[in-house]
Design a protein around this ligand. Structure first.
Ligand code: ADP
Ligand code: MG
Length: 355
């Protein structure tokens, strides 16, 4: 497997790109370590597939370089890059058996037939497809076909990386859980370099050691699931990860105090930002609903199983709070913010808190 360096890549689908918004990838720079399990997470249209296709060679970037183990591969073809890629929809040969579908990428690379047999059987076992080996692919359901696509991606252990582009979209929800944990186990066992594209935070957080969050053609944060949750670098990350997402409230900063309308909020430190307009970011888990603090008007209480989500109006803004399943909303509800969960953002980017 390989370390993959994405060096200052920009990409536009237009013939004469001029402004920043003409670029699907604005300036992407990241090193994928050899043997890492990465998720590329972001909303639809943020550039995930574009980046994945640039790594595999299906697309050539407008600017920048791609290195595999330090070697420049920017101008090499897909074949020469030796990458396995699994797409959103099954890419298999309907007329072949399941076995031959998996054998194909190996035979194509002139692997000895004895090794082909060993690898195919191993892979079929890994994803519980051994009993289908002799079946023709044609008669299978869409999610069974997608499992074969996954098998075709996993069968070649000599590749530089295995790339997955929203591979579980057509798989039914229960099977999704099973396959995701199998992919994770495969990663642990074989140390593959894996890049897994998804717009689903649960999928990203359960699969990856490192999550790369993309927004509008850029990487906005790279971190462990815990880092993304606790210290979002950008308000988008706070909002996109977590359910419900982080509350973002416009405030006026004055030293260690944030003014939210007429409310004074004492901060746990002095943010390293100019006095003036900034944003306060607080996850709903850090909003305390009780009898002390700032008065709010409750608009909605949603019981989501293990806890309740309360939507309330604070100084003309909607905020969300999470309370325990058995907690009741007080008659004259007020909120306070737990200092441990207070973040400050200037122009959407996180500002560090000084002493
Ligand atoms: P994602 O996979 O995150 O949904 P994509 O990489 O597919 O995002 O798309 C990023 C941006 O590039 C979007 O604005 C999309 O409309 C545009 N785009 C993607 N593919 C093409 C294409 N073949 N031609 C023109 N624009 C494209
Ligand atoms: Mg995509």
């Amino acid at each position: 497997m390989a370390r993959i360096d994405v060096n200052h890549i920009r990409h536009s689908y237009l013939p004469n790109p001029k402004k920043d918004s003409d670029f699907a990838l604005k300036e992407v720079h990241h090193n994928f370590e050899d043997g890492g399990a990465y998720a590329l997470l972001g909303p639809s249209g943020c550039g995930k597939t574009t980046l994945l296709n640039i790594i595999s060679g299906l697309l050539h970037p407008s600017h920048g370089q791609l290195l595999f183990n330090g070697r420049n591969v920017t101008n090499l073809s897909t074949q020469e890059r030796n990458i396995a890629q699994v797409f959103q929809f099954p890419v298999i040969y309907d007329t072949m058996t399941v076995y031959d579908n998996l054998a194909f990428p190996l035979r194509n690379r002139r692997v000895q037939e004895a090794d082909v047999d060993r690898k195919v059987r191993e892979t079929l076992d890994m994803i519980d497809l051994a009993s289908w080996a002799k079946k023709k692919a044609r008669g299978l359901t869409a999610d069974q076909k997608q499992k074969i696509s996954l098998g075709r991606g996993l069968v070649r252990s000599d590749v530089n990386a295995i790339l997955f582009d929203e591979p579980l979209t057509v798989i039914d929800p229960h099977m999704k859980w099973v396959l995701r944990s199998q992919l994770k186990q495969l990663h642990r066992r074989f140390g593959y370099t894996m890049v897994y594209v998804t717009h689903d935070q649960t999928e990203a957080l359960t699969f990856a050691d490192r999550v790369v969050v993309m927004y509008d053609g850029e990487i906005v944060q790279i971190g462990t699931p815990a880092e993304l949750f606790e210290r979002p670098r950008h308000t988008f990350v706070g909002y996109f990860i977590g359910s419900p997402g982080m509350n973002v409230l416009p405030v006026a900063l004055e030293g260690r105090t944030a003014m939210l309308g007429s409310q004074r909020i004492e901060l746990p430190g002095a943010p390293k930002a100019e006095a003036g307009a900034v944003e306060l970011g607080i996850r709903p888990e850090y909003v305390r609903l009780g009898r002390d603090g700032m008065a709010v008007k409750i608009s909605k209480v949603e019981d989501v199983g293990r806890h309740k989500v309360v939507r309330a109006n604070l100084e003309g803004r909607e905020i969300a709070a999470v309370i325990g399943e058995d907690d009741e909303v007080p008659a004259e509800p007020k909120v306070r913010f737990d200092p441990a969960g207070i973040n400050i953002y200037a122009d959407s980017w996180r500002v560090e808190m000084g002493a």
